[in-house]
Write a protein that binds this ligand. Structure first.
Ligand code: GLN
Length: 450
């Protein structure tokens, strides 16, 4: 039925870059056979899922939304993908994304934009707009996204879906094509908080193949979500982040947010305002740290190892081939960040830019530590506005980056966050999102409060 739905709507939504009907049906048949034998592997056995095209899938194309990886078929599965397969979830296909996960609208995909199912003239958020749109359009009940600066939560907010960025190190990055290694984290994209929790239980946990993977036993997030579903928030202390509202925040988004805060009070939570003064510098720090790491990561796309190879006429040297391939294979946003990152890391400027950004990163972590000394969770709207129109911010990188204002601090500090659907904004009737953040390792709290 999901494959039928994809057939009906994906021509318009364009959530998928690749649909694996044959593979998904074979996996579903295996799941049915297990069910008949009474060997069901867990609550999600047989539930289909869509996977963002930044995770390696054995035998299935993995492009990261880039021409430079066109035609590359990974010989292995990312750990997240391997765990989905082990738990019996048929993989419907790979979802569209901004090229190498750089963007907030999915318009930077080399394969054309994804559209927001609520209004096809609007963006579905990014970089994981494909995963969010697939879930919002009922093409998939579940999806996997990745969140380096908000790419799970912000698409969740603007498509009315649930998105979770786990604690850094909570979900393996093995086989996740790196954008910025110190920020990247894969997580669930779903329609309900309980679905997200069940999916997190499947994909999370220690992986010896990821050196930053946390070695500990995690609590059941499914149980945490169920505990929250009673609606009783007695004893929970909630901090509203002062810096994440005000000028530039859409009034209708703020109205829905304030109503939800009231709801938490009615449910018994104690709500206070908390200031995180360094958060105003988060965007500036992120847009130095991320390009720095990305420029280093993207050096491996050299026309020798993966995907595209452009050979200029004449008698080209290896360097000529690399230059021609990278020129043709990377889009504008990727080139912009490679240049910015290379500059920020260069010997004369390293201390002034990258070094300063790292110091801000530390200050942001300290703000979180100070805040979490007095509250259990911090909350804010997930994104300052509802979905904007396609093309509206494409030529203005700064305007595009500003969408990530509220989501970026969590990545810089490695803490977990959830975005839940928060009703429709008054002005335009489009979805808005409510974000809850918790201390590192306390992912159970975002499920409880979500
Ligand atoms: N919009 C952010 C960026 O462009 C988020 C990216 C992400 O989380 N993958 O960097």
């Amino acid at each position: 039925r999901h494959l039928d739905r994809i057939g009906e709507v994906d021509e318009r939504v364009h959530a998928f870059l690749h649909v694996d009907a044959e593979g998904a049906l074979a996996q579903a048949a295996e799941s049915d056979a297990r069910r008949a034998r009474g060997e069901v592997r867990g609550p999600l056995d047989g539930v289909p899922i869509a996977v963002k095209d930044v995770l390696a899938t054995r035998g299935l194309p993995t492009t990261c939304g880039s021409k430079i990886l066109e035609g590359w078929i990974p010989p292995y599965d990312a750990t997240v993908v391997a765990r989905l397969r082990e738990a019996g979830l048929p993989i419907l296909g790979k979802t569209n994304m901004d090229e190498f996960a750089m963007g907030s609208s999915t318009e930077h995909s080399a394969y054309g934009p994804t559209r927001n199912p609520w209004d096809l003239d609007r963006i579905p958020g990014g970089s994981g707009g494909g995963s969010a749109a697939a879930v919002a359009a009922y093409e998939a009940p579940l999806a996997i996204g990745t969140d380096t600066g908000g790419s799970i939560r912000q698409p969740g907010a603007v498509t009315g879906t649930v998105g979770v960025k786990p604690t850094y190190g909570g979900v393996s990055r093995y086989g996740l094509v790196a954008l910025a290694n110190s920020l990247d984290q894969a997580g669930p994209v779903t329609r309900t908080v309980l679905d997200a929790a069940m999916l997190h239980d499947v994909i999370g946990g220690h992986d010896p193949r990821d050196s930053t993977s946390i070695q500990q036993e995690w609590p059941s997030f499914t149980e945490a979500a169920k505990a929250g579903s009673t609606g009783d928030m007695t004893g929970v202390k909630v901090g509203v982040i002062t810096e994440l509202s005000g000028d530039g925040w859409q009034a209708g988004v703020m109205n829905r947010f304030n109503e939800s805060v009231e709801l938490l009070v009615k449910a018994g939570a104690e709500v206070v305002e908390v200031s995180c003064p360094s958060f105003v510098h988060a965007l500036a720090a992120y847009y130095l740290i991320l390009p720095a790491e990305a420029s280093s990561n993207l050096a491996k796309f050299d026309a020798m190892r993966y995907g595209l190879r452009v050979t200029p006429d004449g008698d080209p040297s290896a360097e000529d081939v690399m230059r021609a391939t990278r020129d043709a294979g990377f889009g504008d946003e990727v080139k912009r960040r490679i240049i910015l990152g290379t500059y920020a890391l260069s010997s004369g400027y390293y201390d002034a830019y990258y070094g300063q950004a790292q110091k801000i990163r530390t200050l942001i972590s300290r703000d979180f530590d100070a805040a979490f000394a007095s509250v259990d969770v911090l909350v804010s709207p997930t994104a300052p506005t509802t979905a904007f129109r396609l093309g509206e911010k494409l030529d203005d990188p700064m305007a595009m980056y500003l969408n990530d204002l509220a989501t970026i601090p969590a990545n810089l500090a490695g803490v977990p966050g959830i975005s839940v659907p928060n009703g429709l904004a008054d002005e335009d009737g489009l979805p808005s999102g409510f974000q809850a953040l918790a201390p590192a390792l306390a992912d159970d709290r975002v499920y409880r409060v979500g």
